[in-house]
Design a protein around this ligand. Structure first.
Ligand SMILES: [Zn+2]
Length: 80
């Protein structure tokens, strides 16, 4: 993950935009609520329960990484 090619940057940007649009279209994350108390309909692919579990794509063990005061969960095989 040290360097991204221009093509990788474009793919990453497109994936971020598509994911955010999907989250908005489904009313936000399912672990959050709107102003009326209704939960959103978007389920994250990886969250705190994913760490130590197999990746849904390749089966490698999902890892947790601290980042900017929060936590990230990623597959060391698919996402590096
Ligand atoms: Zn994977």
């Amino acid at each position: 993950m040290a360097e991204l090619s221009p093509q990788d940057r474009q793919r990453l940007h497109a994936a971020i935009v598509a994911t955010v649009r999907q989250i908005i279209a489904s009313g936000g994350r399912n672990d959050e609520q709107d102003l009326y108390g209704n939960p959103g309909g978007y389920t994250r692919l990886m969250d705190s329960k994913s760490a130590g579990q197999p990746c849904p794509t390749c089966g490698a063990i999902v890892e947790k990484m601290q980042y900017l005061g929060g936590a990230c969960y990623f597959c060391p095989t698919c996402q590096v």
